[in-house]
Ligand binder design. Structure first.
Ligand SMILES: NC(=O)c1ccc[n+]([C@@H]2O[C@H](COP(=O)([O-])OP(=O)(O)OC[C@H]3O[C@@H](n4cnc5c(N)ncnc54)[C@H](O)[C@@H]3O)[C@@H](O)[C@H]2O)c1
Length: 437
């Protein structure tokens, strides 16, 4: 393919050199004449392992050139990859001036063009930027419509400085966000020789993914560092602890616990976090990330309560009471906390949890229920049908397989608040609200 790459910094220079190496014809564009001259002289504008060799070979084969002229690059290409910087402003907001300017330049060049063109965002931008800035700027400056004269894709970049060339050839996956399959398919052709799964999604998801990734990476580093700081105080080798932690690929290094949903609870996680934080404080050790976990968990309960309060209906049915499905354990259940919050605000509650109902009669939790939450026990329903019948708002707080058999019981005047993604919105006759979707 004939590719224009806008921005020849850490991302753009590597991308240009690697696509040139793959046999594409690449024209790099930068406003910085030094970087353009470097590429044209076969030198690397940045320090990155093996990059200079790649650029030199690109020049020797004639597959890689660079220019400061956006028009020239658009004329010579069918696809543009935008790799310009998106730095922080002083107040932390994202500075999109380079993105906007480059879109204006590409758009102006597109005004003269007859054939369709694809513009690909590789720079990291917040969700909504392609639809709210990139597309409108290109439309205004080209006089063409998105989807007709040009297509926009979001293709987040996953490479790391220091191992960027290796990362280009071994990405964890390729993600293409687009509004049309046609645009996504055209971009996917660029990656046919890269051995990674290519996932196509919408623009906002692709934009969001990059932030979720980077936040996760930062969280992992900080988590390891806080565990390390605590280990040091306890005289434990943190590298051994973290090596063992990462050996568990079922619960630790896996998709487990990574689905957004309601708050955590139960007899272990809250108790153990409290003990950890208390012990760290005894060492005069501040561990803000670990300390903030229970704070965040409490906010999760408050946010959910607020969603219910905003419905403005007083008769609320809650499906599930134990801290998770499949158990009768009520200790530190966030659903109990949610119910108590609502009772305190004068809501008329009905609760259905078959495991807890059984426990109240026979189980080992009988004493706990009678001692700690007798007021909640009195609100328990015997059947799901009864709960649905008596409620204006139904909160699906735990997954309950019997919901599927009761979909016909829901009425059009009811609202379902689904904390677990247990049902599909189209199966609910009334209003459906998901916690995070
Ligand atoms: N550096 C990384 O490891 C990395 C990894 C993944 C994603 N990203 C993201 O990729 C983007 C680029 O990052 P970077 O580190 O390569 O930035 P960089 O600052 O190294 O390079 C950006 C380049 O864009 C050029 N530029 C600015 N306006 C231009 C214009 N109108 N036309 C042509 N060139 C223009 C600048 O002169 C500069 O050379 C950012 O959004 C960043 O968040 C970076």
């Amino acid at each position: 393919m004939e590719i224009a790459i806008f921005g020849l910094g850490y991302v753009g220079a590597v991308t240009a050199a690697c696509f040139g190496q793959e046999g594409h014809r690449v024209i790099g564009v930068d406003t910085d004449t030094y970087k353009v001259a470097c590429i044209n002289e076969g030198r690397s504008p940045i320090v990155e392992r093996h990059l200079e060799e790649f650029i030199r070979r690109g020049r020797e084969t004639g597959r890689l050139t660079a220019t400061t002229c956006a028009d020239e690059a658009v004329v010579q290409s069918e696809i543009a990859l935008i790799c310009v910087g998106t730095p922080s402003r002083r107040n932390g907001s994202l500075n999109l001036e380079y993105v906007e300017r480059v879109c204006r330049q590409i758009g102006a060049a597109l005004a003269q063009r007859q054939e369709p063109y694809t513009v690909v965002m590789r720079s990291t931008v917040l969700p909504g930027t392609c639809e709210g800035l990139v597309v409108p700027t290109l439309e205004a400056s080209s006089g063409k419509r998105h989807g007709e004269g040009f297509h926009v894709c979001m293709n987040p970049e996953f490479l790391r400085e220091g191992s960027a060339i290796h990362d280009f050839y071994h990405p964890p996956l390729t993600v293409i966000g687009a509004q049309s399959f046609e645009a996504a398919d055209r971009l996917a052709q660029l990656y046919t020789d890269i051995p990674a799964e290519c996932v196509k999604t919408d623009l906002r998801t692709a934009e969001m993914l990059k932030y979720a990734n980077n936040a996760f990476h930062a969280l992992k580093i900080t988590f390891a560092n806080e565990i390390g700081a605590w280990c040091k105080q306890e005289g434990v080798d943190s590298h051994v602890v973290m090596r063992l932690l990462t050996m568990d690929t079922k619960l630790n290094i896996s998709a487990a616990y990574l689905t957004p949903g309601f708050a955590f609870g139960g007899s272990c996680l809250p108790k153990d976090l409290r003990a950890l934080v208390y012990r760290a404080h005894q060492h005069d050790l501040s561990l803000p990330t670990l300390e903030s976990i229970l704070v965040s968990n409490r906010l999760q309960i408050e946010r959910t309560a607020e969603t219910i309060v905003q419905m403005g209906k007083k008769r609320v049915g809650v499906v599930g009471l134990a801290f998770k499905a499949g158990t009768d354990d009520l200790r530190e259940s966030p659903i109990v906390a949610l119910c108590e919050h609502l009772i305190g605000k004068g809501y008329s509650l009905r609760i259905y949890d078959p495991n807890v109902s059984l426990a109240a009669i026979y189980g080992s939790n009988k004493a706990y229920i009678e001692r700690e939450i007798p007021h909640i026990q009195a609100l328990m329903c015997d059947s799901l049908a009864e709960l649905i019948e008596q409620s204006e708002v139904i909160v699906l707080a735990n997954r309950d397989e019997s919901i599927a058999d009761h979909l016909h019981c829901f009425r059009a005047d009811q609202t379902v608040i689904d904390l677990t993604r247990s049902v599909s919105p189209e199966n609910i006759r009334g209003r459906y609200i998901g916690l995070y979707w």
